[in-house]
Design a protein around this ligand. Sequence first.
Ligand code: RIB
Ligand code: CA
Length: 315
Amino acid sequence: MQRILIDADTGIDDSIAILYALKSKKILVEGITTCFGNSGAAQSADNCLRLIQLSGLSREVPVVIGAECSLDGEYASAPAHIHGENGIGNVILSESSQTPLKEDAADFIIRKANELEGDLVIVTTGRLTNLARALEKDPKLPRKVKKLVTMGGCLQVPGNVSPFAEANIAGDARAANQVFCAGFHMVLVGLDVTMKTFITSHDLENLERYCSAESRPCVEYIRKALNFYFEFHRQSEGMMGRCVVHDPLAMLIAEDGTLGEYAMIRACVEYEALAYKGMIVTDHRFNSEMEQDEIAACIRVDSDKAVRRLFSVFQ
Ligand code: RIB
Ligand code: CA
């Protein structure tokens, strides 16, 4: 059982990762902190609360509103053309009776790490701002958590917000650099693998045909939200009836690392030179002068198995 704290900018793909985590028998969601990105942090938290209710979980999962802008005070407007006005493809889910916890997101992360005594896995599917703020407050945090799995970055493939950078890393490059250098047992699930993993309309048809009665509300939501996401992929990438799989892949790998193959890298993130902001810079020297822990960058993934497993929790 993986005890997971999710940090998300709850857009369409984040929402599917969250539903998967809530449904999986191998994951216990300890809490969710939110961050600006696909929508504002407050909207992301509201989305999380509605998703928790939709999942039918009988217990409350704490949700904490986190950073509304980067460490440098920046926030580009939410990409409504990708994730809709509300971050979840304009799908309206029932309002939740639960409200966000009134705790600072960085404090919540530190508290959970302390409470779980080395057993906490953090999965980030948005900017790394909350985690960087937690690190500022507790530099020993990396040694207190079991693992950090981050959806973000690109190594051997082009970026999606610039030739060199991916959205979650570029969205707060300074925070990302702090986290990369902090000494977490970090697994990076970036565009190198997420852009090669697809959900198709055929997968959706099968999901609708074989889902359990109990999961039907979740599946109905997934169908509507993914249809919005498919349309973005059609317009931007020419993909018809399919989309790539970013955040759910990070969640699946957090649950079961054997889905991927990894290269160990020493890396930092460029945050000053504007043209290269968010670019991951790796040091391949044999005798590295960088006194830094290595990061496991996912370079290959069993995509078929990942997508099958993703939807298996709704059967
Ligand atoms: O670049 C893809 C990432 O950016 C995903 O996490 C998506 O949800 C957005 O946050
Ligand atoms: Ca995300």
